[in-house]
Design a protein around this ligand. Sequence first.
Ligand SMILES: [Cu+2]
Length: 123
Amino acid sequence: MNRLFLTAAAVAMLLPGVASAHSKLLSSTPAADATVAKPTKMTLTFSETFQAALSGADLTMTGMPGMANHEPMPIKGFKTMVEGKTMILTFPRALPAGTYDLKWHVVGADQHKVEGGYSFKVR
Ligand SMILES: [Cu+2]
């Protein structure tokens, strides 16, 4: 019996009944690299369920029309909800025109954190 096999068997024993698949972002609104009218919410749909309390997203405004040197500005005060495999961010008011970076993280049933991100534009 080789060492690799033993290691895989040991991991399988530590995580009984847990699917090995890590969550992937399947779709989102706004979509990656999209330009949208001023949104009041975002949705991120993943391939697996995740632990709501340990998962979330950060949104940063990286640019505004007519402003040459825009410092990255964190967007605060939105609500994060989870419905099934979808994370929903609700903003208190529509996002103003500009460019945005979204960073998300989800912790799956196996306790592993998966993260990613993308950019989009509001016109
Ligand atoms: Cu994992």
